[in-house]
Design a protein around this ligand. Structure first.
Ligand code: MN
Length: 740
């Protein structure tokens, strides 16, 4: 098609002055493509400056898609034009129409969001960006729960309702033009439409487009059944024409007799709904089709009841089938009178009576509020109106007390308090808004949570406290030695994760405390020259009684948790239950050997993060167990003198056989790719990176890179640092002491 080349193709007959006004040019441009002209004509509800913006968007999109064709061979622009046309039929605002014209440019061309924002404003850019993000998500599973989550995720991502409407129009046009696409792909898209998009349209009350999406999809999935069924429906309508005419004449006559002005329309069922009824309810074709449906549309509510009375006088109503949805509307706002009559030859006739306004709501749902808006409230923003609409639904619900699923869904859909993320296998998990990677890990499996050390979102390493966003692909990295960290409790959102972490910590604390206490007591006893086995049972009894403990285990826990001092208990035991005179003085016993994996009872202090090879000392705090610091730690220097009896002599076990967290600050030249270079060097040493952060504030010649790495000890760390120094850009490496 040749709608382009506005300047060169303008004919000389078009006025001799070369300086025609911009509006004039737009018009010239229009005439080249009838579809475009029809589209521009439907925009008459917009002010001229907005129409000009739409024209500009059309040209912009056409240029961006230049050279691209649809599979049918048509120029690509025919597709966005059709989508925008649908939006114009819904009388959507100018941003929505411009976004519809541009909806594929970010996906398929080199145009960026910034360029769209600059040319057409931030709102349009956000809409186009939202649509591109939706396109990137692929629906994988057809299980019910997954489809439901997927629908919710789509709605959550489409924070603006206009995105959903554009997406629905986009999908409809794609289905309409899918003939040249290969069959499997056609079926996949049709399935996705039936599972995801048609239900979304239904929920928003967009029954028209929902029916179209269903029939189009049905045709792609079961072309033969579609053909047979549509032929049968056509034939059946022919056969029944006589009866139909008879009923219609009767209805018209009766209404005229009662002086009621009304439109009477036969109600066509969609092929897909006929098909579903046959399959789901095991009905024959004629059983489904033998019900006649009519719709009577009148001018106001009183006339609805008048029409009902007249029709009940024409044919006998079926008892119990009358429903007054005008007095008591459905929760989605639907209003009509429903009745079933017994027609000629006993044929059931279903009749819906409603006003024009009710009809619009029933057909176009949420969109009807813009489609048939009063001119008085025309300036109002789309989102505001949606809120008004929802508000009216809420009021309706409280008035009728009917809590249908619909409202719940719409609320969830439009004000989502959940985020939807992907597992590496493509499953979708729903988590509360604000949930972190830790919540995700526990949602997958308790063991994954317990062993979680790091995580990637969309293939990038992120801190465990990172909040999840819709559509994230989350991957948890686990390590066999890892344990839950009490700090996690500070940022988990789900009760599942919280309770699993608590449960673990409680268990570990009790287990660990008693094991630690026993170890500490035995050390002290050895220092006094006796073995634990050498203490007679009565002495144990005596000491337990004295300390108010029932079992040795309880006493060990007391020691492990720092509530009793090992040295004091050891002396009591050694002296046969006699209370020693002096309780003061730090123990001078052999060091307590620690591995660092004892659990809650022995913790490596986070301020100095000791690793094997560091000289260490333990601080016993009441109820907290033993905390291991490095000798160099400022914390140690600060509190050593006031409480000397609580400092425990500790040393590393020869080979703890696990990895320890250590923070590094790498100062490097601020050049492109330096972070990647350093990270790669670390990975090459076979070292895990738990966390990476880059200082942005000093964007000068040098930049500070912060790493959390996992090493087996000082030797390992020294090896790593030597490796990093070989990188030319690296100027300084220090181990960070305080968390900053
Ligand atoms: Mn598209």
């Amino acid at each position: 098609m040749s709608y382009s080349a506005p300047a060169s193709s303008s004919s000389p007959s078009n006025g001799s002055s070369g300086t025609s006004e911009p509006e004039r040019r737009v018009l010239e441009y229009d005439y080249e493509d009838p579809a475009y002209r029809v589209f521009i004509d439907t925009l008459s509800y917009l002010p001229p400056d907005e129409v000009a913006l739409v024209c500009a968007a059309y040209r912009f999109s056409d240029e961006a898609h230049q050279g691209q064709t649809r599979l049918s061979g048509e120029p690509y622009i025919t597709h966005p034009l059709a989508v925008a046309g649908a939006l114009a039929e819904w009388r959507m605002d100018v941003q929505a129409i411009v976004a519809a014209l541009l909806h594929d440019v970010m996906e398929d061309t080199a145009v960026t969001k910034a360029q769209i924002a600059e040319r057409f404003g931030k709102q349009v850019a956000d809409l186009v960006d939202g649509l591109s993000k939706l396109d990137k998500i692929e629906f994988q599973s057809y299980q019910d729960a997954q489809a439901e989550n997927f629908r919710k995720m789509l709605m959550a991502m489409a924070s603006d309702l206009r995105i959903v409407l554009i997406k629905l129009a986009d999908r409809r046009h794609n289905l309409q033009t899918m003939a040249p696409v290969r069959p499997e792909k056609r079926r996949r898209i049709a399935h996705e439409t039936l599972e995801i998009y048609a239900p979304i349209a239904t929920r928003l009350g967009l029954n028209n487009i929902s029916r179209q999406l269903q029939d189009l999809s049905f045709r792609h999935i079961h072309p033969l059944r579609f053909a047979v069924l549509s032929k049968a429906v056509k034939a059946a309508r022919g056969n029944r024409r006589e009866l139909l005419t008879k009923i219609l004449e009767g209805v018209h006559g009766k209404l005229a007799e009662a002086h009621i002005e009304a439109g009477v329309f036969g109600r066509e069922k969609s092929l897909y709904s006929i098909y579903r009824k046959m399959v789901d309810k095991h009905l024959s074709f004629s059983q489904v089709l033998d019900i006649y449906g009519f719709r009577v549309i009148v001018k106001d509510v009183p006339t609805c009841y008048l029409a009902l009375g007249a029709l009940h006088a024409l044919f006998k109503p079926v008892p119990g089938k009358f429903k007054d949805y005008i007095a008591i509307p459905k929760v989605n706002g639907y209003q009509s009178l429903h009745t079933t009559l017994i027609g000629p030859y006993g044929t059931p006739i279903e009749i819906q009576i409603r006003t024009q306004a009710m009809h619009h709501l029933a057909e176009e749902g949420i969109a009807s509020h813009w489609l048939y808006k009063d001119t008085v409230e025309s300036g109002a923003d789309l989102q505001d109106k949606m809120h008004v609409w929802l508000q009216s639904l809420l009021e309706l619900q409280s008035a009728t007390g009917d809590s249908s699923e619909f409202l719940e869904h719409v609320k969830v859909d439009l004000f989502p308090d959940e985020v939807y993320v992907f597992t590496p296998k493509g499953q979708i998990l729903a988590l509360p808004r604000g949930a972190t990677v830790i919540d995700f890990a526990y949602a997958v499996h308790t063991d994954i949570g317990h062993r979680c050390v790091a995580a990637r979102i969309d293939h990038e390493l992120i801190p465990l406290s990172a909040e999840l966003a819709n559509g994230n692909q989350v991957e948890i990295i686990t390590a066999p030695f890892a344990n839950p960290n009490p700090a996690w409790l500070g940022y988990v959102k789900t009760s599942r994760a919280r309770s699993r972490i608590r449960q673990f910590l409680r268990g570990v604390q009790q287990e660990g405390a008693s094991a630690l206490g026993e170890k500490m007591l035995n050390q002290e006893l050895r220092a006094l020259g006796i073995g634990a086995a050498g203490i007679p049972a009565p002495v144990w009894e005596h000491v337990l009684q004295e300390t108010g403990k029932k079992t040795k285990r309880e006493l060990y826990s007391e020691i492990g948790l720092g509530r009793s001092l090992a040295v004091v208990v050891a002396r009591r035991l050694a002296e046969g239950g006699e209370v020693p005179q002096s309780e003061s003085g730090a123990s001078t016993t052999a060091p307590l050997l620690i591995r660092g994996t004892e659990g809650m009872a022995i913790q490596l202090a986070t301020c100095c993060q000791p690793i094997p090879g560091d000289p260490i000392i333990g601080l016993l705090r009441k109820d907290q167990g033993l905390r291991i610091h490095t000798h160099a730690c400022p914390e140690v220097r600060k509190s050593r003198s006031p409480e000397p009896q609580n400092w425990i002599h500790v040393e590393w076990e020869p080979d703890p056989g696990q990895v320890f967290d250590v923070r590094l600050k790498v100062t490097a030249k601020n050049v492109l790719g330096v972070l990647g270079k350093v990270s790669t060097a670390i990975a090459l040493e076979g070292i895990n990176i738990g966390y990476v952060n880059m200082d942005r504030r000093n964007a000068g010649i040098f930049t500070d890179l912060h790493f959390l790495v996992q090493v087996t000890g000082r030797t390992h760390l020294a090896l790593l640092m030597r490796g990093l120094r070989r990188i030319p850009e690296v100027v300084r490496i220090v181990r960070e002491q305080e968390s900053s």
